[in-house]
Structure formats: C-alpha cells, structure tokens
Design a protein. Sequence first.
Length: 373
Amino acid sequence: MTLTAEHLYQGFRDANKIARARDSVSRLTAAYSRPLRIMEVCGGHTFSILKYGLDQLLPDSLGFVHGPGCPVCVLPQHRIDAAITLARLPEVILVTLGDLIRVPGRTDSLQQARAAGADVRAVYSPLEALKIARDNPLRQVIYFAIGFETTTPMTALLIDQCRSEGLANLFFHINHVLIPPAMAMILDQGGQVDAFIAPGHVSVITGLAIYQPLVRQHRTPMIVAGFEPLDILHAIERILQQLLSGDIRVENAYSRSVADQGNPKARQLCERYFETRASFPWRGIGPIEDSALQLRGEFAALDAEVQFAKACPPPYAEQPSGCICGQILTGHAQPGDCPLFAEHCTPRQPQGSCMVSNEGACAAYYRYRRQPA
C-alpha cells in the first residue's frame, strides 16, 4: 500500500490518542490549580485549535490567546499601498505570493489593481520571478517579498540566483518580519501569556536558540509544536509539566520536522543578504524594534525601496475606528470582543489585521465559531 499524507497524519488525529492526551492535560491542569493562558504564535496553530475544537475540549481554566498569526496579517497598509503603486508604474510587473493579492490597502487591493490593468502576478515559489524577469527583459520586475523566517531563505536564494545570472531588471521589496521581537514585545508590555506554543515552520529554519533569551528573561515555557491535534495537546502537556516542575525551558515537540539547530545553511544565506531594520510597524500593533529585515546597503541596486523610493508612501495611522486587533494580537482580547467582528468585519470585507488573511485569528473564529469567545 502506498503511504499517503492522510495515512501519515491519521495517527495525529486518532480519537483514542487524543482522548488520552486530553485526560493527561486535564489531570495536569487540575494539579497546576491556577488559570493558564497559552499563546499560539502561528495562525496555523490557531486554525487547528478551532477546527478540531481543542479550546472546547480542555478545562475552562486553560485558555488560548492568539498571537501575530501570519505575516500577511501584520503587514502595514502603507506597504500594501506601496505594492499597488509600484504595480501601476509603466512597464512594471509586480510579483508576489498569492496570499497578499486580496489584502486591502487604504483604498483598494492588488487584486483590484490587477483588474484595473496593473500587471500583478501571484506565484507559488519566489523562484518563478526569475523566469518572469528572463522572459520580459525590457520590463522592470519587482518581487514583493513577504513572510516570517520560514520564507526568508527562498527570497535570499532568489536574490543569489538573480545576481549569478546578472539579471538587471529584477528588484526586491523586502517585507520579511521576525517572530522573537514580537514575542518579546508582548511579554515586555504585560501581555497575559503564561506560556508559548512556538511556530513549527519558523523553527525549521531558526532552530531553538532564538527563543532562549525570552525563556531566560521571562521564565516562560516555550514549546515548538507541529500543527496536528495531538501535536498541540502534547505541547500543552509539556508546558504544564514544566510549570509544575519549575524546569522552564525551550523544548522541541516537533522533532520529526525541526532540528534543534534549525537549518544553518539557510540562515547563512539570509545573513549574506539581509540585515535587521531599526524599527518596523506591525499592522494592528505598531512599531517593534529590530523586528524586520531589509537588504544590506551593498545591494541597494536591487532594492526596490531605494530604486523606486518616490513610489513608496510613508507610514500613516491605520487602525480602523472600533477595531481591537492590536489587543487581540498581544493577548489582551479575543476576536469575539471586537465590536466589528462578523458584522462590519468579515473575510470578504476585512477591516483589521486579524481578518485580512486566512490564518488570522478573527478569520479562524469567523469560520469555526462566529460568536464571542
């Protein structure tokens, strides 16, 4: 019999195993005897928790709060507006990942710009931008890069191959953001978080070391977890075991995909081309120091923010009246607390950062709860 992906994951969705893990978590929660608030940083975890009803399966004293979610959710509107402006320039082809196409800027989206005639192309892999640039030598191709640490190495590889081929018509608008500074900001500003389920996909690249300073400074358990129901339940078990024993540390509960040291070659490639920005505004949250990447100065000839500076609008105040996404993203509120949720803010007409992406917390609640949490 051929082993399919469904066969691979059946064990992580087995009802008997899930029931045993739930019972174990319930016993540990009773022994802990205090309310526990766990933040899952990744939107993939949020969707699994809601899809499989894990928040309803566990004791009431154990609650989930939802972190930054996904890079599309936290991309500020003025940078989306920059992408739209760039796409409308004569002889420009704007290339980006598909998730970004429908996310609204201040007045419209890349999808609307494309419908109006702009040449906007969604790709599954950043490397597709190479062929687009080769096939259109008389046009300027701008790759609008977005993502957490997970997708940054692919952008770095694209830049590396662009330079190797000597393509003079391919430019890069870098919007990669970093998870640990956002987690640190949440803890530093008193976010109501007792422990973290750390993002599995990010950790494939970074390894565990990036979380060590947070654990040392804040004495907060940090468990790297996969995305299946049993993965998440086992991560919660380990959080409770750490809190009960006092042995607070970073722990890898996703060893089938994550090596403790991550992917050193991918990180080296990223370090070759990128440096941290002094500050970057996260949509719904505000500026976070050292939380995003930019091209190193020596590669300014490839940097769309430098070469097309006049087309990139400056930051502006973005939060819609009544939207509380900033509070949701930092653990101070739930989607159902927002007065706009499911009425004025829906996936078709998103108002705040938590609804703009399929992996946003409000989008997940809209799909699986659609009622106050």
